[in-house]
Design a protein around this ligand. Structure first.
Ligand code: KIV
Length: 268
């Protein structure tokens, strides 16, 4: 498998950023494989974009296993499968034991790596996971499972003390054995400092172009989410200047109203 952890980590040294997309089903996985996207994250963002919750907190480990299996099945059909990363959901890694047990469920579902949110407090957990052969992606900055603590989905790391803390967190996760660290919604200069001070690969979302990789949620980048964050770019309208998915739905509605669909060619 070309998109393995070893090869993707090499790209930091070669200054060749790679792409990750959060997706949750077989159809999107096939499309991402087709585009050569190197890594697919089954993010607990599915609690918001698939389940319709206002945060990720309601997502369970069983739901993460279900979506991981769907993504893995499609990914296995690809000639060049992506690296599969699955999120440990809220409170599923509050103790080292629960982290090991729940990470094992995601790995048995076919994930190649698990992701968890938090900094220095996770050092022991990360070390045990890595000792057990489970690759780890950390996640610091705006960690959505802590939205209630933050009082909203807000940019992190603007103050010098917070910047020091985030840098220290990243260094500790790196030392504990994390292979990747997601940096979410932090200033680009802080993302650069972190990227330059860790050996593992940083994956940015709302962290500027300086990280070793980028990640976006599939629905956001296709322009399907209402009120997207400032860091989101709509790659459909950027590519073809209009939104073909929204246009497809309105032309279908119009064709039904005009009775021009179904046409004779669609009849039996
Ligand atoms: O759950 C998710 O999709 C994520 C990414 C936004 C990094 O954690």
């Amino acid at each position: 498998m070309k998109n393995n952890i070893h090869n993707l980590r090499q790209r930091k040294k070669a200054n060749q950023p790679f792409s990750m997309v959060a997706a949750y089903d077989a159809t999107f996985t096939a499309a991402l494989n087709h585009a050569g996207i190197e890594a697919i994250l089954i993010g607990d963002s599915l609690g918001m974009v698939v389940q319709g919750h206002t945060s990720t907190l309601a997502v369970t480990i069983e739901q993460m296993v279900y979506h991981t299996e769907a993504v893995v099945k499609a990914n296995q059909q690809s000639v060049e499968p992506a690296l599969i990363i699955a999120d440990l959901p809220f409170m599923s890694y509050a103790t080292v034991e629960s982290a090991l047990m729940n990470a094992a469920m995601l790995m048995r579902a076919g994930a190649n790596m698990i992701k968890l949110e938090g900094g220095a407090w996770l050092v022991e957990t990360v070390m045990r996971l890595v000792e057990c052969g489970i690759p780890v992606c950390g996640h610091i900055g705006l960690t959505p499972q802590s939205v209630n603590k933050f009082g909203g989905f807000k940019v992190q790391g603007r103050q010098p003390e917070q910047q020091q803390q985030l840098l220290a967190d990243a260094k500790q996760l790196d030392k504990a054995g994390a292979d990747f660290i997601v940096l979410e919604c932090i200033p680009a200069d802080l993302a650069l400092t972190i990227t330059d001070n860790v050996s593992c690969s940083t994956v940015g979302i709302g962290a500027g172009s300086v990280t070793d990789a980028q990640v976006l949620v599939c629905y956001d980048m296709l322009g399907l989410s209402d009120n997207p964050a400032r860091f989101v770019k709509n790659f459909i309208s950027a590519t073809v200047s209009e939104n073909p998915i929204a246009n497809a739905f309105s032309s279908y509605k119009k064709a039904v109203e005009e009775r021009s669909y179904p046409g004779a060619e669609h009849e039996y």
